[in-house]
Design a protein around this ligand. Structure first.
Ligand code: SAM
Length: 233
């Protein structure tokens, strides 16, 4: 059986877990003393660990020597993602985290219906990223940055913006070997031409994702999957 992975902010010889991580271990995985788990700090370190005590909302672990692990792609996808309605962002963050996305940059766009995101919703997306990182064996935690307008973005060294009807197709892209791939995808109503021009000015190249229009939650995952397929190993 695969050992459960537990996210801890720091790997010490003895770790005391409370809150959500403890709740998950106690009430979902029903761990008992002696159970072996793997702890990871989300910043590249991992260690074997064993449950010493479990109960009353607290789990006490004894951790072995931390080791550096590398399960991150050489080219890190960074998703520039328009705010979307309902639960769609949660789905993109979950699957994007599995695909190796290093950072989600949420965008306030002209045609996007949500214009802002409350603290609780942002925290929920971050928890989803942690869960996906645990489950998929990521060595680093993906970041989820609070929403910003396009005007606040900095230039990128390699970027693509998904834009229906773009002159170039995703299949034609020459991917860099390492670094970051900035990948922008629009809201349900699409980016405006002015927004696409703004992104081009920052170094994003427009690409088409084929002759069919993909849903706003599908297109960013196509960009992330293409990056993973090109430089994910
Ligand atoms: N009517 C909108 C338009 O023409 O842009 C459709 C928007 S689509 C539902 C949401 C986002 O997904 C788009 O802004 C774009 O970033 C991306 N997208 C969807 N299908 C695409 C395609 N075939 N080629 C490139 N980008 C696409």
């Amino acid at each position: 059986m695969r050992k459960p992975r537990v996210f801890v902010p720091r790997i010490d010889p003895e770790i005391v877990l409370t809150g959500r991580e403890a709740h998950h271990l106690l009430h979902v995985l029903r761990v008992r003393p002696g159970r072996e788990v793997v702890v990871f700090d989300g910043a590249g370190l991992e260690a074997e660990a064993r449950v010493l005590r479990a109960g009353e909302g607290v789990v006490r672990l004894e951790a072995g020597e931390p080791r550096a692990v590398r399960r991150e792609p050489p080219l890190t996808p960074v998703l520039y993602l328009a705010l979307l309605k309902g639960n769609k962002l949660a789905d993109v963050v979950r699957a994007g985290s599995e695909l190796g996305v290093g950072r989600f940059v949420l965008l306030v766009t002209e045609r996007g219906v949500p214009r802002e995101m409350g603290r609780a919703k942002l925290e929920r997306l971050r928890r989803i990223a942690v869960e996906a990182a645990k489950q998929s064996g990521r060595s680093r935690l993906p970041e989820v940055a609070p929403p910003v307008p396009l005007a606040a973005l900095k230039p990128v060294s390699f970027g693509l913006v998904a834009h229906p009807g773009a002159a170039h197709a995703l299949a034609e892209v020459e991917w860099p070997g390492s670094g970051e791939a900035a990948l922008a995808s629009g809201p349900e109503g699409g980016f405006t031409e002015a927004e696409v021009a703004q992104l081009i000015g920052l170094g994003f190249r427009p690409v088409g994702l084929g002759p069919r229009i993909l849903r706003a939650e599908t297109a960013p995952l196509v960009l992330a999957a293409a990056t993973a397929a090109a430089r994910g190993m």
